[in-house]
Design a protein around this ligand. Structure first.
Ligand SMILES: Cc1ncc(C[n+]2csc(CCOP(=O)(O)OP(=O)(O)O)c2C)c(N)n1
Length: 349
């Protein structure tokens, strides 16, 4: 553990959260960043080569520090609600890579048993709340989960709801945050501000300088941070967790980043037309993986050889899971009507 003192609060010097991490944490974080990158690359590749013929691939290249930095400090009993660019979050919170790949390939073993695709899945045993397809309304669902927790007498389980900057312009985003703020629910809204909502640039969705300023309307803290800097994301998340767990209510964390790819694989060519090439090139230079590797080397705790680019075993793990999904059975047609209603509640088909 490093003892560098970098922060002052109430006149006292404090060690930044990321500087309290052990060497084993640092290497695990490095590997998770690479897992996210390789997951994205493998699925784009599978789609391009015709190995994946169902659904779309929604890229997360460049947004890895957000996924890793917001999940690493969580407790096992906290909740997350990941959206379409957060597939690795399902794995970081306990799903197997095989399960996630079965979901992408629409297989019987998937959490939705092939009824839905991509991120449209959840597992309440793992605290993974199914995000809604209608962007923004995930925040309202998150409020329902946290309200139910409160009725059960649990006030310190935090829910991290991910959303895009475009989604913050929808009605349910406002209604949900308003409710969460009034009732001081432990909700952390992570806004992945990747500058574009499909082809709409952020300035046509958000009238303020930052998305975080939306927090002013709810009387809650709003952070606007560099989403490509793992340490900034991790430190802010630790602070937000302390705030929410202490019963002080919700927090908005705007992670400023960039969507390096199109909206999805079907948008790759067009996406090059509605964004200036120089803009893409500028953000490619801010690669969060390169930056974290440089940080690790600067701590003097690692040699170049200890930080492979990429770690090949992770690449192999992902490929094994893809092969598993491709060869696993499709759902039987009769299962389409199963698991639609909660039969224990007296409703059945
Ligand atoms: C209410 C609604 N409108 C349109 C869509 C289709 N759609 C899915 S993602 C997306 C873009 C969302 O942009 P943003 O919230 O900024 O997230 P990003 O995709 O950039 O990560 C759109 C238009 C949807 N799912 N829900």
């Amino acid at each position: 553990m490093s003892t560098t003192r970098t922060r002052r609060k109430n006149g006292q010097q404090r060690v930044a959260f990321h500087e309290r991490l052990e060497k084993s944490d640092l290497i695990e974080i490095y590997r998770r960043l690479w897992f996210a990158r390789l997951f994205d690359e493998a699925l784009y590749d599978a789609k391009k080569k015709g190995r994946l013929r169902r659904g779309n691939v929604y890229g997360s290249r460049g947004q890895e520090a957000i996924m890793v930095g917001t999940t690493y400090p969580l407790r096992p009993d906290d909740f997350v609600s990941p959206i379409h660019r957060d597939m690795p979050v399902f794995v970081f919170r306990g799903m197997t890579v095989e399960q996630v790949m079965c979901q992408v390939w629409g297989k019987a073993e998937a959490p939705t048993r092939g009824k839905d695709s991509w991120s449209h899945m959840g597992d309440m045993n793992l605290g993974i709340v199914h995000s809604t397809s209608m962007l923004g309304s995930t925040i309202a669902v998150a409020c329902g989960v946290l309200w139910a927790q409160r009725l059960d007498g649990r006030r310190d389980r935090v829910l991290v709801a991910y959303t895009g900057e475009g989604a913050t312009a929808t009605g349910p985003f406002h209604e949900g945050l308003n409710f969460a703020a009034v009732h001081k629910l432990p909700l952390i809204v992570v806004v992945e501000n990747n500058q574009y909502a499909y082809s709409t640039p952020v300035e046509l969705e958000v009238p303020t300088k930052t998305v975080a300023e939306r927090a002013l309307g709810y009387g809650i803290p709003g952070y606007s941070i560099d989403g490509n800097d793992f340490n900034a994301v991790y430190d802010t998340m630790c602070e937000a967790l302390d705030h929410a767990r202490a019963g002080n209510g919700p927090v908005i964390i705007e992670c400023v980043t960039y969507r390096l790819q199109g909206h999805a694989d079907h948008d790759e060519t067009r996406a090059r037309k509605y964004r200036p090439v120089e803009e893409i090139e500028l953000w490619e230079k801010r690669d969060p993986l390169v930056r974290y590797r440089q940080y690790l080397l600067s701590t003097g705790q690692f040699t170049e050889a200890e930080l492979p680019e990429p770690p090949l075993d992770i690449k192999e793990q992902i490929e094994r899971a893809i092969v598993y999904a491709i060869s696993s059975p499709d759902p039987e047609p009769h299962t389409a009507l199963e698991d639609i209603y909660d039969e224990s509640a007296g409703v059945s088909l």
